[in-house]
Design a protein around this ligand. Sequence first.
Ligand code: ADE
Ligand code: ZN
Length: 336
Amino acid sequence: PIMLDFLTELPKCEHHCHLEGTLSPSLLFKLAKKNSVKLPDEFPDTPEKLLLKYDNFENLDDFLKYYYVGMNVLITEDDFFELAWNYLLTAKSQGVYHLELFFDPQGHLIRSIKISFDTIINGLTRAFLKAKNELEISTKLTMCILRHLPLDSCFETINLSKKYYENGQIHGLGLDSSEKPFPPTLFKECYSEISKTFPNVGLTAHAGEEGGPDFVVDSINELKVTRIDHGVNSIKDLNLIDYLSKNQILLTVCPISNLKLQVIKNLDQLPLNEFLKYNVPFSINSDDPAYFNSYILDNYAQIQKAFNWNIETWCKIANNSINGSWIADKEKELLL
Ligand code: ADE
Ligand code: ZN
């Protein structure tokens, strides 16, 4: 418990959490009822049964099936607000000071019920503003492109998103969804389309979760990302490890996600001691906390159970996580 108190108090930044992945089974059923959204026939019919299914994902794609069904219950601006606000309250209670959150606009824009980009952004932004004022939590929003959808859909979303990059409501660009069949190189023009117009945008991509270290290399070389989401398979290429270390590329590691999606069998298989040894910076994150029934502090606590690190090591991780955040130096100083 002493260590748990310490980990709660430790100033934490979260860089890898999908807002749609914070949709709890109870909120899912509540919104489905309110919005008269019909769930698939084979879908579990109570929050309790749904949670049981969540304990048995076979892999990333098996999880994604549920994730894309779940987000269909989000319809109104207030739904997006409630989703984000609930998560921000939880994050606050677990000692998080700064959050960089993902959302998947394509998952909403392609539905048969039309949801507008404004509906999504207005709801999320209202929650972020309330969090800044009432919880003293700072936030940045990163839009992810869904790699399993046709490039036309990706470009359409890129074009719709520009006004929100322009006005500062979206800060980052990421890439997520099913990894192995969809290499990063496919999305090179999507990235350059945003980065040429908005040079200060934060660029990141999911890579090296189920895919190999070559996807990490290609994300860096072709997409020009300065951060990698997951990236745990980087350890299979020591030249890459050297590059990540020299350039201080942050890996946003999601331990319990890797366990639940069967990327690893035990948490102690994560190459975190190797990353520390080679000075590769990483942060610890929840990914899809409601689907993995594990929030950010659970990730910190389970990692401590597996690795039994001392306070110095934890302070190093917390510092790396602050330094790797997309915030100004003077904001970092307040946290360090
Ligand atoms: N979308 C939500 N969570 C994801 C993950 N862990 N990997 C890829 N896409 C995702
Ligand atoms: Zn993710």
